[in-house]
Write a protein that binds this ligand. Structure first.
Ligand code: HEM
Ligand SMILES: *[C@@H]1O[C@H](CO)[C@@H](O)[C@H](O)[C@H]1NC(C)=O
Ligand SMILES: *[C@@H]1O[C@H](CO)[C@@H](O)[C@H](O)[C@H]1NC(C)=O
Ligand SMILES: *[C@@H]1O[C@H](CO)[C@@H](O)[C@H](O)[C@H]1NC(C)=O
Ligand SMILES: *[C@@H]1O[C@H](CO)[C@@H](O)[C@H](O)[C@H]1NC(C)=O
Length: 515
């Protein structure tokens, strides 16, 4: 008898959970918008949620199937989103009528320290204000100075490669590119954002690296908690869960707060984020809390860590698959080195490498790191076509999806999308790009604030790597990245393995001489 009752209760709970998991699925039918049949819990995002495909691939395929509709309903797990497939409409929503869609979706729990103070999470007036204060922090002039901190980490990375490849063989050695780039990203963030010089190549167990790794929310426990937070924010808040451990967050807060105090006391200055934020704060006359300042440094973990390191990986991966592109880039890098005449690499020399820029642009096209971005409707809005036809009535609270990877893989805008072709971004062809189809850093007033920083880091390290090594495939190199990548990151399950062959003549003692 008891068993019977338990069964009934279980079935009851099961039904409730099922009902909850599908509760939002009627939306688009009711509102007359085309959509594809969603599945419980995962909506239209089954393949990436179950780790069967990358987010990029799933978004691109959904877009491919639905691109003949200018707008389409998408269920991102349980969240209904209005996906905009048409470039002109993207411009309308993200630029022209930005006032109606000034924010991202509210997605993170209320009790998380720092997160709600980060620029990308801030909303409305608070966002507008902080964005205007931070914009001057990311200008070319500031980046030029910051580059002089980054270059130290590049040198340490090269030193590490030199010693790890020092069993003097002309044939080179195998490198776990992802591991290498994670260390580099870590050290570059430490020095440019937190004012702390670390060398993870020599000391991989340093505190900053270890604690930082627990904060990279795209994997491990934080990722799991993040998914729960996405799926069931109320449950998350009810149990007062947080994505990050309080003690780990405290470590970074102390770093920044102590650095600020020390610098004020000792009148020292260093061209990093802390310095720039101190200056910005002075100019704006605001009363920022410690947390508000630290949060802006903290962004680097979310925005820069994986993205910058993945961009280096995908670019070098394409270079090993396309030796003629690599050779041409090597020529440019060599010219840049000669032009420097023995001086260390600087920001302006990096900016001058035009082919480098084409290669990175194409890499960001094919392997876009943000598969999509979102907007949140905060004022009712009627979306109309050029000829005035009504397309959709947005209500406050509706979410918008911009299918970046769909656009980047659309053969109407990028013929042969799976082909890696930097010429798409050459001086002659750049003009042919259809506006609002190439959005690696998002679009409009809410677009990425750190793109200069990202590009300078990636170009800087590529300069150093290519000058010294020829990058080739190793037996463990992924054959098909598009098929083998999973989840939010474009990383093959087995890692990014590559083979580095020194570009140098080996002299008698077995040490390398660059040149
Ligand atoms: C290759 C590297 C990067 C890529 C591909 C990337 C991409 C993006 C994208 C797609 C967005 C959303 C834009 C939109 O919704 O229109 C964004 C926003 C943002 N990114 Fe990046 N990003 C990168 C590196 C960085 C770095 C290094 C920083 C350093 C601070 C950064 C800081 C931000 C911030 C603060 C926002 C939010 C801006 C706002 O809401 O006003 N990103 N990024
Ligand atoms: C980094 O740049 C600074 C400023 O240009 C220079 O003094 C320093 O020697 C460079 N370091 C390396 C390792 O190239
Ligand atoms: C602090 O440094 C600034 C600029 O370097 C200088 O003008 C000022 O005199 C210094 N103040 C003290 C107390 O040393
Ligand atoms: C900042 O704080 C000071 C003292 O705590 C106060 O007098 C001032 O009005 C505050 N300024 C702003 C902009 O809130
Ligand atoms: C890349 O940056 C965007 C924007 O800041 C962020 O939403 C995304 O999570 C980042 N990607 C990774 C893999 O960290």
């Amino acid at each position: 008898m008891a068993l019977m009752e338990i069964c009934i209760v279980l079935v009851g709970i099961g039904l409730l959970v099922y009902k909850w998991s599908t509760a939002t699925f009627k939306t688009f039918g009711d509102r007359n918008l085309y959509f594809e049949k969603p599945f419980p819990f995962v909506g239209n995002m089954g393949a990436s949620a179950m780790q069967k495909a990358s987010f990029q691939k799933e978004i691109a395929e959904f877009y491919q199937r639905t691109r003949h509709h200018k707008i389409v309903g998408l269920f991102n797990l349980r969240t209904p989103m209005v996906q905009i497939n048409d470039p002109q409409l993207i411009k309308k929503i993200c630029v022209k009528d930005f006032d109606h869609f000034p924010n991202h979706q509210h997605f993170i729990s209320a009790n998380e320290r720092l997160i709600n103070d980060m620029l990308n999470v801030m909303r409305d007036q608070r966002w507008r204000h902080m964005r205007s204060i931070l914009s001057p922090v990311f200008t070319a002039a500031k980046m030029r100075k910051m580059f002089t901190l980054m270059n130290e980490s590049f040198a340490e990375c090269l030193q590490h490669l030199d010693t790890s490849g020092s069993s003097p063989s002309k044939n080179g050695f195998e490198v776990d590119m992802k591991g290498l780039c994670n260390k580099l990203s870590n050290d570059v963030i430490a020095t440019t954002a937190f004012g702390l010089k670390v060398n993870s190549f020599e000391d991989p167990k340093n505190e900053f690296h270890q604690i930082g790794q627990t904060l990279v929310f795209s994997r491990g426990l934080p990722f799991l908690k993040f998914m729960i937070c996405l799926l069931a924010p109320k449950v998350f808040n009810f149990f007062k869960l947080t994505i990050f451990e309080a003690s780990k967050v405290e470590y970074f807060v102390r770093l920044v707060v102590d650095a600020i105090r020390y610098r004020k006391q000792h009148n020292v200055s260093r061209p990093d984020m802390i310095q720039l934020l101190m200056e910005a704060k002075k100019e704006s006359q605001d009363n920022w809390t410690d947390d508000e300042i630290v949060a802006q440094c903290f962004i680097f973990f979310f925005a820069a860590f994986e993205n910058n390191s993945n961009l280096i990986c995908t670019t070098t991966y394409e270079l090993l698959l396309n030796p003629e592109v690599q050779e041409r880039l090597y020529e440019e890098v060599k010219e840049a080195q000669e032009a420097l005449n023995g001086a260390p690499l600087n920001y302006d020399a990096v900016q001058k490498m035009t082919y480098m820029d084409m290669v990175i642009s194409e890499s960001l096209r094919k392997w876009t790191l943000a598969a999509a971005t979102d907007r949140f409707c905060s004022k009712d809005y009627t979306l109309t076509d050029e000829d005035g036809t009504k397309l959709f009535e947005f209500k406050v609270g509706d979410s918008v999806n911009i299918p970046i990877s769909g656009l980047h893989w659309d053969d109407r805008y990028f013929p042969e999308p799976s082909k890696f072709d930097p010429e798409r971004f050459s001086e002659e062809q750049k003009g042919d790009l259809v506006p609002y189809t190439y959005l690696p850093f998002g679009v409009g007033p809410r677009s990425c604030i750190g793109n200069r920083y990202a590009l300078m880091q990636v170009k800087g390290i590529l300069y150093n790597l290519l000058l010294n090594y020829k990058i080739e495939a190793s037996p463990r190199t992924t054959k098909d990245l598009w098929e083998s990548a999973r989840g939010f990151n474009i990383i093959p399950g087995s890692g990014f393995w590559m083979h580095f062959v020194p570009r140098t003549k080996i002299d008698v003692v077995g040490t390398y001489q660059t040149g």
